[in-house]
Design a protein around this ligand. Structure first.
Ligand code: PEP
Length: 257
């Protein structure tokens, strides 16, 4: 499976900057990409990002979505509209949504199901705080997050929208203590969690779970991406800070060759 490099821009690039950044990126990319690349832009930038990237092979997506498909929910963005803007992905349950907007695993699960129903692939984020890791409970905590969120993937969602395949779903393991802090999990930490998640998925969904992408996120940058992504069950990275500069994105892609 080709790795996925998902660039999480957070609240850092508005429409005009996003458009010109994407155009310049296309000029600098090698002909053969060693990874699938997706730009996760702010909702208001998605139209411009799509205009810049359409037809290039680089994908795009949103950083959040409403758990409601439609209705009187001021300020929300519907998954169907992300589909209308040709978004391939949507990030769900990012730790910043959990911390500042009180999102729970259950809400992340509802959003995951809504996205899949609308034909947008969720990148569901999970991961523990430092005290949980130090207490030796990182794995059980993270697997419980998956258990709760994915209870929203009812047989109806799985059968109709997944079409029998878990390629629709991406999980990003993002230990909270490593996000934006410069502290990276070791390749062993990332691989151990990747292995535990893969085992959990295969037990639950069978062999199709081998098609699911498991990303690592947390202070990934050009000088550590290769060591992390060459491990088994680390099928790419969700990158925040190092996704903002073109130069560092090009370097990360070179490292993934
Ligand atoms: C993120 O925001 O998902 C993230 C991993 O950020 P950073 O790479 O800056 O740690």
């Amino acid at each position: 499976m080709k790795p996925l490099l998902a660039l999480n821009w957070k609240l850092q690039k508005g429409p005009a900057e996003a458009f010109s950044w994407c155009r310049t990126l296309l000029e600098q990319l090698p002909d053969e990409l060693p990874a699938d690349v997706a730009v996760m832009a702010a909702a208001v930038s998605l139209d411009r990002v799509g205009n810049a990237l359409r037809g290039s092979g680089v994908q795009w997506g949103a950083q959040d979505v409403s758990k409601h498909a439609k209705g009187a929910f001021t300020g929300e963005t519907a998954a169907g509209w992300l589909n209308e803007l040709d978004c391939t992905y949507v990030v769900i349950g990012h730790s910043e949504r959990r911390e500042y907007h009180f999102e729970t695993d259950a809400i992340a699960g509802e959003k995951t199901a809504v996205a899949i129903r609308a034909g947008v692939k969720p990148i569901l984020c999970v991961g523990e705080k430092l005290d949980v890791r130090e207490a030796g409970n990182a794995e059980s905590y993270t697997l419980t997050q998956l258990e709760t969120a994915l209870s929203w993937l009812t047989p109806e969602v799985l059968n109709t929208e997944f079409k029998g395949s878990l390629e629709w779903l991406t999980i990003a393991y993002e230990p909270i203590w490593a996000i934006g802090t410069g502290k990276t999990a070791t390749p062993d930490d990332a691989e151990n969690m990747g292995n535990a998640m893969r085992y959990w998925f295969v037990q639950r969904y069978g062999e199709t779970a081998n098609n699911l992408r498991l990303l690592y996120g947390g202070s990934v940058k050009p000088d550590n991406i290769k060591a992390l992504c060459s491990r088994s069950n680390v099928d790419g990275a969700l990158v925040g800070g190092a996704s903002l500069e073109l130069d560092s994105v090009v370097k990360m892609l070179e490292a993934l060759k």
